[in-house]
Write a protein that binds this ligand. Structure first.
Ligand code: ADP
Length: 163
């Protein structure tokens, strides 16, 4: 019997956008199991807590039955090994993503040669969409429905944003 193919999609997801969801849905078509995992990174200040981010991803991806959501607090490749994932999913939007994703993929390869990184391209509407820009737009009162699922948009409205 063929071994189940499990992929890990790690990220900050602060907040999860329609671009992230597009990638999750694409990965869910390719792999048997997709684990979306919010990375705890104390060096980054975040708008949403880890639990809030996990809950929001669970809400927006609830229609995808081979997707589970969790968080982790260690090296990504170590977490991948813990859960039996041989593939890391990352997104490539524009050229500027490439250098960062390439260096991370190569370093992860050195740390654990058993884990490969697969980069997926988003659908065209999400090419220029990032959590950081959504936060900026929201802080200036711009519309968020172009970028966020309604559940995430509702939570954004409860946050006090600067600007
Ligand atoms: P990180 O801090 O790990 O970069 P992000 O949540 O910003 O966390 O992104 C996680 C991954 O999802 C990254 O590989 C990023 O390139 C990808 N990603 C983010 N937004 C999009 C998008 N709109 N389309 C495709 N990939 C995306």
């Amino acid at each position: 019997m063929r071994k189940e193919r499990k992929a890990l999609y790690p990220g900050s997801f602060d907040p999860p956008t329609l671009g992230h969801l597009d990638l999750i849905a694409r990965a869910a078509k390719i792999f048997d199991q997709v684990v979306v995992a919010v990375a705890r990174n104390d060096a980054k200040t975040s708008l949403f807590s880890i639990d809030e981010r996990v809950e929001m991803i669970q809400e927006i991806a609830r229609h995808l039955d081979n997707v589970t959501v969790t968080s982790f607090d260690k090296l990504t490749v170590d977490f991948a090994r813990d859960i039996g994932a041989a593939v890391l999913i990352r997104g490539l939007r524009v050229l500027s993503d490439f250098e960062y994703e390439l260096s991370m993929a190569i370093n992860n390869q050195k740390l654990n040669p058993e884990v490969d990184t697969v980069c997926l391209m988003p659908s065209e509407p999400y090419l220029f969409l990032s959590s950081r820009q959504v936060k900026e737009i929201a802080s200036l009162g711009g519309r968020m429905d172009l970028f966020l699922a309604p559940e995430v948009e509702a939570r954004m409205r409860t946050k006090k944003l600067g600007g």
